[in-house]
Design a protein around this ligand. Structure first.
Ligand SMILES: NC(=O)c1ccc[n+]([C@@H]2O[C@H](COP(=O)([O-])OP(=O)(O)OC[C@H]3O[C@@H](n4cnc5c(N)ncnc54)[C@H](O)[C@@H]3O)[C@@H](O)[C@H]2O)c1
Length: 397
């Protein structure tokens, strides 16, 4: 499943990138669904949400505010959560199980906001019922799962997209364009770090197939592969620093998944990047902080370097220094320009209604799922793990 795509091909300009994407598209079992135009015409996209927990509190208001969306139904195995969300955001129906949701009022798009370990089975069930699906990250917890879902969506003629949305930010676009324009010279290395002290509201983050890479590192891996190209191989080490945790409503649990991870990706042509994530990181600045000096990612080349201020899912700007401009850091790409990390399902509904495809793709999400699964394999075996998947360059316009 490897494409004949070098890293240099990858960072060519947008037009070439688009052409390459089309060519790759045709040759790949992991292709995006066909470049169809408008899928749902003359009416709003009917949306159902499954998983009405913590993150749904950020999703529902953006879904409710979208002119392209009619919220039809909600679902949660904790029925009170589905009921409350339905009442608050005007959905006519709510259900305690996906079977009942699929058999209920018709909808076009399922927004899957359940536990990491539940994504694959629920998304698969919805795709089999010919529904379009937006999935929180990851698509699945093995590459085989993610690949199966991408192929199933294509076979069913529906669309599948998933979080993170980071390549949609203006800061990502600025960094990608800066690299493509050669302003950093020969790009050699990158580093990203994302962590906090860990969620306390649900145990799945610490259970088998959970962990900091699926919850947090996934953002950095998506950004870095988006900027530097698909990874060809991964080495990683992971560990458990805090063996027990206290979870609301459950009390003390034993931690089974990594809460401390470091991986190195080989992007080809000698280019390497490093990602660290963890649930034991003191943060001088909280998530909501907008301190413009908090760098979480650095990209280094022979003629320049750039540092992302803030996290990639909600960055404040990019600090760029190049030999050409005298080596001083300059703040670029300030502001969100309408980008929201929780806006992926809204962007997907807009795509279904208008044909305007977002920058994020299922093939990229599947590649990221393979990288994280490979990191776990590397930790277990001590080996460098070669990767099979790739994805077309991110289109910037
Ligand atoms: N919480 C955040 O700030 C945040 C931010 C970005 C992404 N995410 C991602 O969102 C997802 C959910 O995280 P969360 O923090 O909202 O967790 P959560 O535990 O608060 O919510 C998950 C909800 O899914 C429900 N659920 C689980 N299995 C189900 C099933 N089979 N059918 C129906 N409902 C089911 C649970 O009852 C729960 O209400 C995860 O993938 C997480 O990585 C979370």
């Amino acid at each position: 499943m490897n494409f004949p795509l070098t890293r240099r091909d990858f960072i060519k300009d947008t037009i070439a990138a688009g052409a390459a994407a089309t060519a790759l598209h045709a040759s790949s079992g992991l292709a995006l669904a066909d470049e169809r135009g408008v899928i749902i015409q003359g009416r709003k996209v009917k949306v159902a949400v499954i998983g009405c927990g913590d993150v749904s509190g950020s999703y529902f208001p953006t879904l409710a505010a979208s002119p392209n969306i009619e919220l039809v139904s909600t679902c949660d195995i904790i029925p009170g959560r589905a009921e409350n969300a339905a009442k608050k955001f005007g959905a006519a129906a709510h259900f305690p199980h996906i079977e009942k949701l699929l058999a209920g009022p018709a909808f076009d798009l399922l927004v899957n906001l359940t536990d990491i370990q539940q994504h694959y089975a629920l998304t698969r069930q919805a795709l089999n019922a010919s529904r379009n699906v937006w999935s929180e990250k990851p698509l699945g917890t093995t590459y085989a799962q993610a690949k199966e879902l991408v192929e199933l969506a294509a076979a069913k003629g529906v669309e599948l997209l998933g979080s993170p949305t980071v390549v949609g930010s203006p800061q990502f676009a600025f960094m990608a364009q800066t690299i493509r324009d050669g302003k950093l010279g020969r790009v050699a290395a990158a580093h990203a770090s994302y962590g906090h002290t860990g969620p306390s509201w649900s145990s799945f983050f610490y259970e088998k197939d959970g962990g900091s890479l699926y919850d947090l590192g996934v953002y950095s891996i998506t950004t870095l592969t988006g900027l530097l190209g698909p990874a060809k191989a991964v080495v990683a080490m992971t560990g458990i620093v805090t063996p027990t945790r206290t979870i609301h409503s459950k009390g003390e649990i034993k931690v089974a998944a990594e809460d401390n991870a470091m991986l190195i990706m080989d992007h080809g042509d000698g280019v390497l990047s490093h990602v660290q994530s963890g649930f034991n990181y003191y943060m001088a600045k909280e998530h909501s902080d907008t301190d413009p000096t908090h760098h979480t990612m650095s990209i280094l080349g022979t003629k320049g370097a750039m540092h992302l201020a803030g996290y990639d899912w909600g960055a404040h700007g990019v600090d760029l220094a190049t030999r050409e401009t005298g080596g001083r850091l300059q703040r670029m790409a300030v502001g969100a320009e309408g980008y929201q990390w929780q806006g992926g399902a809204v962007a997907m509904a807009k795509f279904l209604a208008t044909g305007e495809r977002p920058r994020f793709t299922a093939a990229h999400a599947a590649h990221v799922a393979e990288i994280i699964a490979a990191a776990h394999q590397s930790q277990a075996s001590g080996a460098r793990i070669a990767l099979a998947s790739t994805f077309p360059p991110v289109k910037l316009s």
